[in-house]
Design a protein around this ligand. Structure first.
Ligand SMILES: Cc1cc2nc3c(=O)[nH]c(=O)nc-3n(C[C@H](O)[C@H](O)[C@H](O)COP(=O)(O)OP(=O)(O)OC[C@H]3O[C@@H](n4cnc5c(N)ncnc54)[C@H](O)[C@@H]3O)c2cc1C
Length: 353
């Protein structure tokens, strides 16, 4: 019997990860993307890729939390599978995250703590641990003497999204995926993709174009996010740190090679132009206030992209008019993608997860 031929419009995190899982399962996959595969301008290439089911619960709901918890089990398995098949290593850490606030902003931290305790299922509450100044310094010696205490969110993690996205390119090529780069899909219909006036026939059509699906999913909107990437040899952090602030909440995620990703702004705007001076100052000041040695950090990248969001801020995996959609990953795409992709893969293959 001929292998199932699946066409996927959009090779961001959602489309690319789905393509890899389907190829592994023996499907034929054709992947279409308007951009080149190493283009940095997408949400997937801009994200900080914090994997924060607990911290995200403060601004999301039980559905996102459950997807996040499931994904936290899948990420290490999938990264291991990639490495076993000869793929490039992907930086992944699951050593928890820290949440801190400067003395004038303690009320924000207290509110965040109460919100988490209220929304977290009782079985997970032990994952939130209060730290005093001494135990905070044990977790992150670089922060010794800088904060009176904080929270430790056990089980949270992060990954290097650029490495994940690049490793999938190599693996999709190795498994024989057909990649149509720089090809904007005009329409996705049941069993077909229309691209540059040409119609491609497939067995199953999946739309994973993020904000690019708006013409077919009018309830979708883009939410602007900006990040700053710096190199700084003077500070060493083992895990991501969130800084609570009454006006903005920012995080600093350490990466290999003395790199730190600082993010992210969240603006109700579909402008994806360059990062503004205001955001640069906010991101930079937050970083500098975490540790003065960041004053000497070298700015490597300032980037903005649009998070694809639906009104309820939940991701969707749904069949509409014969087309499967995986979209609305919003601010928790990396957190939820494995669980969503796993669900869609099993649905398309008619197997149990
Ligand atoms: C600043 C920022 C920080 C973030 N931080 C985190 C974080 O710490 N943790 C987390 O979990 N999530 C984070 N996210 C969210 C995460 O990045 C997104 O949820 C996720 O990347 C969305 O993936 P996607 O594949 O659905 O969409 P996209 O990344 O937007 O990919 C869509 C793809 O479709 C292609 N496309 C668009 N239109 C067309 C067309 N007409 N034809 C063909 N192809 C098309 C695009 O070129 C793109 O490759 C962050 C996002 C931003 C912007």
């Amino acid at each position: 019997m001929a292998a199932l031929h699946i066409g996927i419009a959009g090779a961001g995190l959602a489309g690319r990860t789905l393509a890899w899982r389907l190829l592994r399962a023996g499907c034929r996959v054709s992947l279409f993307d308007a951009r080149q595969r190493d283009d940095l301008a997408t949400a997937s290439m801009t994200a900080a890729a914090m994997l924060s089911p607990l911290a995200e619960l403060a601004v999301s709901d039980a559905a996102v939390f459950a997807l996040g918890q499931h994904s936290m089990q899948l990420w290490p398995q999938w990264i291991h599978e990639l490495a076993e098949s000869g793929g490039e290593p992907v930086y992944f850490r699951q050593e928890g995250t820290l949440v801190v606030a400067h003395a004038p902003d303690q009320a924000s931290l207290e509110h965040f703590t109460r919100l988490l305790q209220h929304k977290l299922p009782a079985a997970c509450r032990a994952q939130v641990q209060q730290l005093n100044a001494a135990t905070l310094a044990q977790h992150e010696p670089a922060l010794a003497g800088r904060f009176g205490g904080g929270l430790f969110l056990a089980g949270e993690g992060q990954l290097a999204n650029d490495q994940w996205m690049a490793a999938l390119v190599a693996e999709i090529d190795r498994l024989g995926g057909r990649w149509h780069e720089g090809q904007a899909v005009e329409r996705v219909d049941e069993g077909r993709m229309v691209c540059a006036g040409k119609t491609y026939t497939v067995d199953v059509a999946v739309d994973a174009r993020g904000v690019g699906s708006k013409a077919q999913l009018p309830q979708l909107r883009g939410v602007r996010g900006e990040v700053l990437t710096v190199e700084c040899a003077g500070v060493s952090l083992r895990r991501p740190v969130r800084l609570m602030h009454p006006r903005y909440q920012l995080y600093v995620a350490p990466r290999p090679g003395n790199l730190f990703v600082v993010g992210a702004t969240e603006l109700e705007s579909e402008d994806c132009g360059p990062v503004t001076l205001r955001s640069t100052l906010e991101l930079g000041s937050a970083l500098h206030s975490l540790h003065p040695a960041f004053g000497e950090a070298r700015v490597l990248r300032l980037a903005a992209a649009l998070r694809p969001a639906l009104d309820d801020h939940r991701p969707m995996v749904a069949l509409r008019d014969g087309v499967w959609h995986i979209n609305g990953l919003y601010r928790h795409g990396y957190l939820c993608a494995p669980a969503l992709v796993d669900e869609l893969t099993h649905t398309l293959l008619g197997t149990q997860s």
